[in-house]
Design a binder for this molecule. Structure first.
Ligand code: ZN
Ligand code: ZN
Length: 439
């Protein structure tokens, strides 16, 4: 049976008691119309929440006020809220009969940088970060995600008679340090709240507001850092026989490690090793006693990642051996793991996005090089779709394309998504994606 949009809108407007109807499959047009009716009434509140969050940004694991604001909203909607999961994270659960459980994630954190957008609601907030005073700015758009997260929760509560199952709304701390999702999982997320059957997350980015972008399979990269110290023996520059030269080792390693990429991994597989920093010595006539190299390692596939890490370790040891030097100190600092979208769930969700947004539902052709820790929930066993929404005024985007002037991207001090169309699209897309698996 199909529910017509007029029926749902009427039910919502009258705030009537639950209708016994239970729709399958999802009537996308009717549901979108109902979500829009809800947004028409409720957007001013979401806008006020967005601007409040924007003007009071907090850094990773400091998001106490931000989490409290979201907790208050979710409690008012009837969710059971658990705070301080993974330090500052929160989990809000709403049970609505027998059915699958669905995780919906937002991030809570902002970035340690100054906002330069000149917007009337621009952030002037400051805090202490690593012992230094710094400005704080939601320049990644996590405030848009929080407003859309609350908006989707409101829409799903209003449409409660149209779906069955459990909502697991997760607000995670410290995404920017790619450690907040893991902190929640290490704090017993799966043991305490169960393993959701499906998961969704969204990110606002440099696209036209009103657009939704999706891709099955790999979406973002594995990102690891390396820090390598070659331990040599210092001596006068004229007496190399008295030294073990760490500059030579640094140079040799930097060149040789690229053969791990060109000769050891499958040439068709994505993999990058970049040595971006070499530090050694202070003068031309002194052979220093050590050199320190720092780099980044990017991959999509876990097997390729293992192969590259093994190759880096072996090359570092062999380089020291060749010089008769002691073993080097190598630290691989794991960063975000690749987000891999579930193929079947993406196909199912993309069908709804196409029906709802037409040509503004856009398939992403290739994975990006950025990293994101939502992958921790996927690796934990939650088949998921992580999708994007555009944040720019389509007219501004068109002008930028004509003039060739680049628009500010996420993490730019000028990044300024247009609130209403971005948040509304986020609410629509998220609500439809969730209802599609619960109807
Ligand atoms: Zn970011
Ligand atoms: Zn972000």
């Amino acid at each position: 049976m199909t529910i017509k949009s007029a029926t749902i809108a009427a039910v919502l407007l009258a705030s009537a008691a639950a209708v016994p109807a239970f729709a399958a499959p999802l009537d996308v047009a009717a549901t979108k119309a109902a979500v829009d009716a809800q947004l028409d009434r409720d957007y001013p509140k979401l806008d006020a929440l967005y601007k409040d969050l924007h003007q009071h940004p907090e850094l990773g694991f400091q998001e106490v006020q931000t989490a409290a604001k979201l907790a208050k909203e979710m409690k008012a909607l009837g969710f059971t809220v658990t705070e301080r999961v993974g330090k500052t994270g929160l989990v809000a659960i709403l049970k609505n009969g027998e059915g699958p459980s669905v995780l919906v994630r937002t991030e809570l954190d902002a970035l340690p940088m100054e906002e330069k957008t000149g917007l009337p609601y621009a952030s002037t907030a400051k805090t202490t970060w690593n012992g230094k005073e710094t400005f704080v700015d939601h320049s990644c758009g996590h405030d848009v995600h929080m407003a859309a997260w609350i908006g989707a929760a409101k829409a799903l509560v209003a449409l409660k008679s149209q779906w069955k199952g459990t909502l697991v709304f997760v607000a995670q701390p410290s995404e920017e340090t790619v450690s907040g999702a893991k902190a929640m999982i290490d704090d017993g997320f799966f043991q305490r709240f169960g393993k959701p059957d499906y998961g969704f997350a969204l990110h606002v980015g440099p696209g036209a507001a009103g657009s939704v972008y999706y891709k099955p399979g790999v979406l973002t990269s594995n990102s690891d850092s390396l820090e390598l110290t070659f331990n040599g023996r210092g001596a006068h520059g004229s007496m190399p026989a008295a030294a073990i030269d760490p500059v030579m080792m640094a140079a040799r390693f930097t060149v040789d490690v690229q053969s791990v990429i060109s000769r050891e991994k499958d040439p068709a597989a994505f993999g990058v090793v970049t040595i971006g920093s070499i530090q050694a010595g202070s003068a031309g006539n002194i052979i220093p006693d050590k050199s320190v190299l720092r780099g980044t390692i990017r991959t999509y596939d876990a097997g390729v990642r293992d192969k590259i890490l093994t190759g880096i370790t072996r090359t570092a040891k062999a380089t020291a051996d060749m010089s008769g030097a002691p073993a080097p100190d190598l630290a691989i600092i794991p960063g975000g793991k690749a987000v891999v979208n579930d193929a079947a769930l993406t196909e199912r969700t993309a069908a709804v996005f196409k029906a709802a947004f037409g040509k503004n539902a856009i398939a992403i052709p290739a994975p990006g090089s950025a990293s994101e820790d939502y992958s921790e929930f996927i690796i934990g066993g939650v088949p998921s779709v992580y999708f994007s929404i555009g944040g720019y005024d389509p007219k501004v985007m068109e002008e930028a394309q004509k003039s060739g002037k680049p628009l500010p991207v996420n993490h730019s001090p000028f990044f300024a998504p247009v609130p209403e169309p971005s948040i509304r699209t986020g609410v629509e897309a998220m609500t439809l994606a969730v209802m599609n698996v619960l109807s």
